[in-house]
Design a protein around this ligand. Structure first.
Ligand SMILES: [Zn+2]
Length: 305
């Protein structure tokens, strides 16, 4: 008798799972839908991430009055491995009778969903920046190094991946001066990790810059930012996982929303060249060559090198 009742209950549960949600059903939870989108994007499994000591963070920043539109940041924290850094996205989500439709900023559908979203969730200025960023990626980068023009910091790590070894080698490690990290170009800035330390700036010229290990950082939520604005201090903080052996900013570039190699790009007047190993390589400015461990004077965003 007991066994039969369990079977019937299980059958009803299966039937319920197979049916579309009626309008009166409890609201579908957002967080699992966003986590699922991140796992698909990284072709990862929840069990695999847990085994690596990684966690998923979903941070809702804005919700419209109906509750059917949500904007926020979503992160898979980095494993405690040298050079590792978090996978971070901005996301938009729209609820319908069938549940949540989630678009990460790397998804093809993000721009369309952004265009449809209400102003209370994404401002006209943000929509314009996202559209311009998707359209305009081209060389030269128009980016400066993330410290004052005319000032020299040390390149403590040459071109390497956002998460260390894996290509493309989009990132350099920089430290020096008064440790104040500044915006590499104007754009719109977002803080990416729930505990801070990671800022993304989306530039109208098609490039995106990322800054990690920041201390005493600002917490911008899509605010316009100007070239040279203060972002935070270099440090060894790992608020979203990873590792950092000494104070620095992990400075990285994307073409639109895609990581891109620094090799051959000019930033702050320096033409970066990757080496045979991650973290090696060098940079040139006119006839000057600087290796890892040497200083790079920031020549600003427009110096062709
Ligand atoms: Zn780095």
């Amino acid at each position: 008798m007991g066994r039969r009742r369990v079977t019937v209950v299980a059958l009803i549960t299966l039937l319920a799972a197979a049916l579309p949600l009626p309008a009166t059903a409890a609201p579908a939870p957002l967080e699992p839908a966003v986590v699922q989108a991140m796992l698909i994007e990284r072709t990862a499994t929840a069990a695999g991430l847990t085994a690596q000591g990684r966690a998923a963070e979903v941070d809702v920043r804005r919700r419209d009055v109906t509750g059917d539109w949500v904007f926020g940041s979503a992160v898979l924290t980095a494993p405690a491995v040298e050079g590792a850094a978090p996978d971070a996205w901005l996301f938009l989500a729209r609820r319908s009778g069938r549940g949540w439709l989630v678009a990460l900023d790397t998804d093809r559908g993000f721009a369309g969903l952004a265009a449809d979203s209400p102003e209370s969730v994404l401002s006209a200025g943000e929509k314009a920046t996202f559209a311009a960023n998707a359209r305009n990626a081209a060389a030269p980068t128009g980016l400066a190094l993330p410290y004052p023009a005319g000032v020299a910091w040390t390149m403590i790590g040459g071109p390497h991946g956002w998460s260390g070894q894996p290509r493309p080698w989009s990132s350099v490690d920089l430290n020096g001066g008064d440790r104040r990290v500044l915006a590499g170009q104007s754009g719109r800035a977002y803080w990416m990790c729930r505990n801070g330390g990671h800022i993304r700036i989306i530039h109208d010229n098609g490039w995106t810059t990322e800054y990690y290990h920041l201390l005493n950082e600002i917490k911008p939520d899509g605010a316009p930012i100007k070239l040279g604005d203060y972002l935070g201090l270099t440090s060894t903080r790992i608020p979203c996982g990873g590792s950092a052996g000494s104070n620095h900013v992990h400075y990285a570039v994307k073409k639109g929303t895609a990581w891109t190699a620094l090799n051959g790009l000019t930033i702050g007047g320096w033409n970066f060249r990757e080496g045979t190993r991650a973290y090696s390589g060098y940079a040139t400015h006119q006839s000057v060559r600087r290796n890892v461990g040497q200083t790079l004077t920031n020549h600003g965003p427009d110096d062709p090198g």
